[in-house]
Design a protein around this ligand. Sequence first.
Ligand code: SF4
Length: 433
Amino acid sequence: MNVADSERAATRLRSAGYELTDSSEGADVLIFNTCSVREKAERKVFQRINHVRRERAGKQPLIGIMGCVAQLEGRAVFDSSPPVRFVIGTGATDRIPELLERVEDGEERVSDLGIRQETEVWDVSPVERHSKHIAFVPVIEGCNKFCTYCIVPYSRGRERSRTAAEIVTEVRHLSDLGYKEVQLIGQNVNSYRPKAVDGLEKFSGATPFSKLLRAVASTGIPRIKFTTSFPRDFHPDIVGAIEENENLCNWIHLPVQTGSNRVLRAMRRGHQIEDYWKHVETIKNARRRISLTSDIIVGFPCETAEDFADTLGLVERCRFDGLYIFKYSERKGTPAARLTDSVSASEKASRFITLERLQTSVQEGIYNSYVGSEVTVLVEGASARASVDMTGHTACNKVVNFRGTSGLVGRLVRVRVTEAKPHSLYGEFLGAM
Ligand code: SF4
């Protein structure tokens, strides 16, 4: 979401006449896009601002911050970091040029923490996209779920869905420009609920999101991925849409966070493990093999050894293709911050390692099962590890490296898998599609 916001900010700034540069050296204006999911990221931005100022010998740039830290801290940023001249909240991305103009006109401190206006369009210039082949397309922003450990509903505000007509038009345009993959993004994509149903009327589907998936699939763009899905709003028809449409990629990211109903309640996730397991069964029983990934927090306040054992049991049972594991850390301003952090740092570290080991062994089995098979890879560039190798992702979101040339970047290619590594596959190039 932050990359998508930066693309939008760049689009607005360039169309207002600003020239964009990748380097902070010599820039007249510096805007830091910030993340507040973890406290460390929040601290880092202020360290970066100080660093940039120390490095600059001559005229100091105008400094502004945008994103979640800007939204949460508001005008308090001006006290904690006096060099900051403007603060742009998460709903104000489209108004950056106007705010900047006020600063350039001499206004000392400028902030905008307002919401996005209905009249503001979500378009992003292709020039500002992070890739020429893969595009992020936000379908919903904000979150209404208020999980007790999470700051996002406070920093991103309530859920707002784009109209389907607007999303489909954007995907068609991207397809015409030669993009091979779109990633529909949002804090919870499957909570998609547009105010107006325009653009969805002729599509079947049990929920607005599964209708949207079918509508986007009908554009014919080769690959569509979507993330993240929220378990409580997960409907089996999402799997139905994937089964029907080859260009809907066979990968679902469905964060479970814990294997214990007691901890789920304390996290206020609004569902039970039994519900989650039903979704997993639907996904595993699909006609196409769908890759399933998840997130887990270990050491949430009140998580006992029994709760953690339940998490291990769930991970063993679900056999995730990938798992992002986090050690719980208190986030100021959330309801969980008022709970006693009852799990010691060493216990959290030990649970993290135990879970990681289990997941590694599960993943090893899954990745090994790909050896000998043929997969389709969207080539993204040279591998960071070996310049003679190209790298890309499969539709099921596995990283695949293979010996190839830069001329393949942006192409869909066939690769035979010859080797499985813990988090990636290696193979031989068979041909471009
Ligand atoms: S669903 Fe929960 S964890 Fe995800 S963004 Fe919303 S509040 Fe945060």
